[in-house]
Design a protein. Structure first.
Length: 131
């Protein structure tokens, strides 16, 4: 009986193990205060929504900013500002049910924006001028 029961439990729990995946994260250091980190995170998330379309859907806690359905995909983003060993860090975490190529891109873009190193991609077909 136990030989049949254990494989059934494994099969039944497999979908839950896969659904635990879906998170990507990184961090940015070098802030003087949690307030500076929060301002930078807020401005970065707002700029990202402005430049990529979509209606900004954000929330804010004491030292965290949340973005829901952050473009270009449907990624949930949390930016948490915290102090660690005398340094203030912004931790960026993205979550999506399915990795369709945008979660990692969105998290990296938010890290670059917060870090001040974001450079928008150039158009693939630039205008050629008057013909």
């Amino acid at each position: 009986m136990n030989r049949i029961f254990l494989p059934l439990v494994a099969v039944a729990l497999a979908p839950f193990a896969a659904s635990a995946e879906g998170f990507s994260s990184g961090y940015v250091t070098g802030f003087n205060s949690e307030a500076e980190c929060m301002d930078t995170a807020r401005n970065s998330l707002d700029a990202h929504f402005r430049e990529n379309g979509g209606t900004p859907d954000t929330g804010e806690g004491s030292y965290s900013i949340y973005g829901f359905d952050v473009p270009p995909g449907i990624t949930q983003v949390a930016i948490v500002c915290s102090e660690h060993d005398g340094s203030v860090v912004a931790t960026v975490t993205g979550y999506s049910l399915v990795e369709n190529g945008t979660r990692l891109e969105t998290v990296q873009t938010m890290i670059d924006r917060i870090n001040g190193t974001f450079a928008p991609a150039l158009p693939t077909n630039p205008p050629t001028g008057n013909k």
